[in-house]
Design a protein around this ligand. Structure first.
Ligand code: BGC
Length: 349
């Protein structure tokens, strides 16, 4: 195993670095200081051929354009949507930035779009850190946010989030990587098979804001309790989906008690690549890139960031859990580390 550092490029005169972790089989993960993000993951198909299975950009500047969907980036302080950008915590009202319509999406501010400190952590791990001052983007507490990436010889990418604050506060970190296991620049994700370990999803209104109700997946296009193709039902009209966008919904994982368990399985049968997602968080956002423009010309080489080319499986607390008392939530206690872990385990069929 080894970690190598190289220069990605410059953004506003600031240097952006890559850290590449390579394992004994030659599989690798490249991380970037911009947004503590995942730039590429090169894993084998059933014949041992390596290909990059995540979307991203050749140009650092494209990562900071929110219209390109937070490719690979760490999202904080609060992933997903907050109705009206407002929430009450321990009796005090807070206002986050309304960066979309009247609501907050993905923390609302620059959190994902800045450069993070990086430190090599042994032969197969890198720690990214960012200090977020009290009140940044409207959230309480001086917060130190660490994202520890580890890549193993058996092709698991582990992401440990370790957050500390000087005040009680809230955090909902996620990683926003879009996967396409085909390794084929011409394919969307509709041909990928998916299982999500969830019987319910969070119902949403016409602005995709959580209503507080849970819907049953059974008998609807939302059902991924057994493996089937993403494309089978993606365009079936459904109350919690926006026409043409397709899946962009939070699933309520069966485990809501913080155990580290299997959340989802993604397979691309032609290449034989498989990915399992494990997490201790109670929710996962299934987003198939349906808001990305069909006409984008940006990406990595000929692998473009376009409509439905990648599937994001964002482990998280349920959207708007800050305002909906019934949704599971554990918060950050002053001066105590808050930890959560997600793993993406790659293998072949
Ligand atoms: C949201 C999408 C959004 C995407 C990129 C997802 O988590 O649910 O609606 O387009 O992130 O910002």
């Amino acid at each position: 195993m080894s970690v190598t550092k190289s220069l990605f490029g410059k953004l506003n005169e600031e240097e952006i670095f890559f850290y590449t972790i390579t394992n004994k089989s030659g599989a690798s993960v490249t991380l970037q200081t911009l947004g503590a993000g995942v730039h590429s993951i090169c894993v084998p198909d059933k014949n041992g051929a390596l290909a990059d299975v995540v979307l991203g950009f050749d140009n650092p500047g494209d990562y900071v354009n929110p219209d390109y969907g937070y490719q690979g980036l760490t999202v904080g302080r609060w992933a997903n949507r907050i109705r009206d950008g407002k929430f009450t915590f321990e009796g005090k009202e807070y206002t986050a930035l309304q960066n979309q319509g009247t609501w907050t999406l993905h923390g609302g501010g620059r959190f994902s779009f800045t450069t993070w400190e990086a430190e090599v952590n042994g032969e197969n791990s890198v720690i990214f850190s960012r200090f977020s001052p009290d009140g940044e983007d409207g959230f309480p507490g001086n917060m130190t946010f660490k994202v520890i990436y580890t890549f193993t010889d058996d092709n698991t990418l582990r992401i440990d989030y370790c957050i500390t604050s000087d005040k009680n506060t809230v955090a909902n970190p996620t990683n926003h990587t879009y996967f396409n296991l085909s390794g084929n620049d011409g394919e969307t994700v509709e041909n990928h098979w998916l299982m999500i370990n969830a019987d319910y999803f969070t119902e949403t209104d016409s602005s995709q804001l959580a209503t507080g109700e849970l819907g049953e997946v059974k008998g609807t296009m939302m059902d991924f309790t057994t493996l089937h193709k993403i494309g089978d039902n993606i365009d079936v009209p459904f109350r919690a989906c926006i026409g043409d966008v397709g899946y962009d919904n939070n699933y309520c994982l069966r485990n809501t008690e913080g155990r580290f368990e299997l959340a989802a399985v993604l397979e691309h049968r032609e290449s034989g690549r498989k990915m399992e997602v494990y997490t201790d968080l109670p929710g996962i956002q299934l987003y198939c890139g349906g808001w990305l423009s069909r006409n984008n010309t940006v990406g990595k080489g000929t692998s473009l960031v376009t409509y439905r080319r990648g599937v994001a499986l964002e482990t998280q607390f349920y959207p708007d859990a800050l305002n909906i008392a019934d949704f599971p939530l554990w918060t950050v206690k002053a001066d105590e580390p808050f930890k959560t872990t997600t793993e993406f385990r790659f293998s072949t069929l």
